[in-house]
Design a binder for this molecule. Structure first.
Ligand SMILES: C[S@@+](CC[C@H](N)C(=O)[O-])C[C@H]1O[C@@H](n2cnc3c(N)ncnc32)[C@H](O)[C@@H]1O
Length: 372
């Protein structure tokens, strides 16, 4: 019954897991074989989620291979799932239901593996920095983006829903001056892993704004692997130096950001924090010239009071994705993310302490200057 709900790819992973168990000389498929099976399909959603979490697939594979029990390879024998592996399947089913997904995909198997907690797979994933909370969020983001992509495809037939003239995005990008190779490598990495970044046009705008305002203190909420951070930090360095705070809740992404920003020689400017971004701003405290918010969109409205408190008078708050691929105009879309963006727009535009402009760059950047 549960098997019928498996996607083609998830079934393939189970098949790979059996092969892995046979290769390692056992007739029992354990959690580590399921994990090795997942890792054999580096293009599956689970593998992409692991990469988005800043994890290195080869490192996970090496760690499992290093610790797994092995014997003589045994092919052509009947295979069975261990109790722990069965539990992973049950948990995957439960995770798929929690996400209101109609089927069990590789991402749910990954969540099941992490949530099972006791098997070798869960131990390796946890030791390398995976947490259930972050993996769940990434799985939900993935699901949402896939829905968005399907929406965009549908919109090809509805030109009135297109945000811009088809030539505008490429034209704006052609006006961005040559940028360091590392920024371009980060853009390629985002594309390869389907990771959402602000992109060069918005990055260049952040750079220009930071130079214009002479900002030396910038706080970023929801920094990913550090792409937007790099643009702010490059400008702060040109402004004479200062501090740019990078915050993300997964350690792997923070490490990746450190590697990229080291390549740009920006480690003396950027301070790295791992945790929930709004809470981190509260804990770190201080007043900032610019605060940029790019966290999960349902969290936008609640972030505003904290952002306002830590912005100096004359400082600028920036929020990304304020057009949300046009979904803000779709009355039937009442998802928490879309509602969060609508509510933040209302709160900021009705707050007399701010002068607000929504700039239609890429997915919409809202810029709010704190007047008093
Ligand atoms: C859209 S991406 C950020 C991209 C980044 N601003 C850039 O353009 O390079 C948002 C990142 O922040 C993380 N995130 C979302 N909400 C967060 C929160 N409340 N606290 C910490 N991290 C968060 C997400 O997991 C993701 O890695």
């Amino acid at each position: 019954m549960v098997w019928q709900r498996f996607t083609e790819r998830a079934r393939q992973v189970i098949f790979y897991a059996q092969e892995e168990a046979q290769r390692l000389g056992t007739t029992w498929v354990c959690t580590e074989h399921l994990l090795l099976g997942l890792l054999r399909d580096s293009d599956c959603t689970a593998a992409r989620i692991l990469v988005r979490m800043g994890m290195n697939l080869q490192r996970i594979r090496d760690e499992v291979e290093h610790r797994v029990n092995r014997g003589e390879a045994r092919y052509g024998v009947e295979m069975h799932l261990t109790e722990r592996a069965k539990r992973v399947i049950e948990l995957a089913y439960d995770e798929s239901r929690r996400l209101n997904s109609g089927s069990i995909g590789t991402e749910h198997l990954l969540l099941g593996l992490i949530r099972e907690e006791e098997g070798l797979a869960a131990r390796v994933l946890s030791e390398l920095g995976a947490t259930l909370e972050v993996a769940r969020r990434e799985a939900a983001n993935f699901q949402e983006q896939q829905g968005q992509r399907r929406g965009r495809l549908r919109r090809v037939d509805q030109p009135s829903r297109e945000l811009y003239h088809p030539q505008l995005p490429a034209y704006l990008e052609s006006l961005v001056p040559p940028r360091p190779a590392i920024l371009q490598a980060m853009e390629a990495h985002a594309k390869a892993t389907d990771f959402p970044i602000v992109g060069p046009v918005v990055g260049q705008f952040f750079y220009t704004l930071t130079r214009l305002t002479g900002a030396t203190r910038v706080f970023e909420l929801g920094s990913g692997f550090g792409y937007s951070t790099a643009w702010f930090a490059l400008a702060v360095r040109e402004n004479g130096g200062g501090e740019v705070h990078h915050v993300v809740w997964d350690e792997g992404l923070s490490r990746q950001a450190q590697d990229f920003l080291r390549g740009l020689d920006l480690l003396n400017i950027v301070q790295f924090h791992v945790g929930e971004a709004v809470q981190t701003l509260q804990q770190v405290g201080g007043e900032y010239d610019i605060i940029f918010c790019d966290i999960d969109k349902d969290g936008y409205p609640a972030s505003l009071s904290v952002v306002k408190q830590h912005l100096r008078v004359g400082g600028v708050a920036l929020y990304d994705n304020m057009l949300w691929s046009g979904r803000i105009w779709d009355d039937s879309d009442t998802s928490a993310a879309t509602q969060g963006i609508r509510e933040l727009t209302r709160l900021l535009t009705e707050d007399g302490d701010f002068a607000v402009s929504l700039l239609p760059l890429r997915d919409g950047v809202l810029m709010a200057v704190k007047l008093k």
